[in-house]
Ligand binder design. Structure first.
Ligand SMILES: Nc1ncnc2c1ncn2[C@@H]1O[C@H](COP(=O)(O)OP(=O)(O)OP(=O)(O)O)[C@@H](O)[C@H]1O
Ligand SMILES: Nc1nc2c(c(=O)[nH]1)N=C(CO)CN2
Length: 184
């Protein structure tokens, strides 16, 4: 039987952390559409939602300047297995006009799967936990605000990882309490 159904016939539930961000167009509206689309997903429930951060763009070496991002992090429980969760997040990115012309280029929306349960996977289609999450204040700072006790699977407590980066401000990440995402 597929991993969708457990031995007793019930659906296996997963707990995932997702990071959303974007720096093109109406950034807050795009983040809110991503949240609404995730909330509309069958067999998926958003369980928590972080504050919004405005963050300096992390750029590829030699890349042109970009506008600042808005970033947030959210928790979900879902009966979707990880590969189907990825298909859903990529469909939402596409619906929001996400293009992939330039590595780490500006985008309306990006949805990264930061971790799923305590799964560890080196597959290029879906690497878990996300291989760059531990170095990114734009992931760790909002996540820490919402869930200070959380641990990045196989790496360590997010509180320690954020401290090791020198805190949010060291990477140009600032909480925007005037901007709020809503759970529908
Ligand atoms: N944990 C993950 N979350 C989302 N995509 C992943 C993950 N692991 C691997 N991928 C793969 O990464 C590919 C590129 O994703 P994408 O273009 O969104 O990268 P990016 O957001 O620009 O960069 P980064 O991965 O550094 O945040 C996707 O096709 C996807 O299959
Ligand atoms: N500040 C910030 N910079 C980035 C981001 C992001 O979400 N926020 N995402 C990237 C690729 O996923 C590349 N650079």
């Amino acid at each position: 039987m597929s991993e969708l159904v457990t031995g007793d016939g019930s659906f296996r539930m997963h707990s995932a952390v997702l990071a959303i961000g974007g720096n093109l167009g109406d950034r807050l509206a795009n983040l809110q559409t991503a949240v609404d689309s995730l909330a509309d997903t069958p067999s998926l429930t958003i369980t928590w939602l972080s504050p919004v951060y405005e963050t300096a763009p992390l750029l590829a070496e030699g890349a042109e300047a970009q506008d600042d991002y808005l970033n947030a992090v959210l928790g979900v429980t879902t009966a979707l297995p990880p590969d189907m969760l990825l298909m859903r997040t990529q469909a939402i990115e596409e619906a929001l006009g996400r293009t992939r012309e330039v590595h780490w280029g500006s985008r309306t929306i990006d949805i990264d799967i930061v971790q799923v349960d305590e799964l560890v996977s080196a597959e290029s289609e879906l690497t878990l936990p996300h291989p760059r999450a531990a170095q990114r204040a734009f992931v760790l700072a909002p996540w820490y605000d919402a869930r200070p006790e959380d641990v990045l699977t196989g790496v360590g407590p997010i509180a320690d990882l954020l401290t090791a980066l020198g805190g949010a401000a060291a990477q140009g990440a600032a909480r925007r309490d005037d901007l709020e995402l809503m759970l529908p």
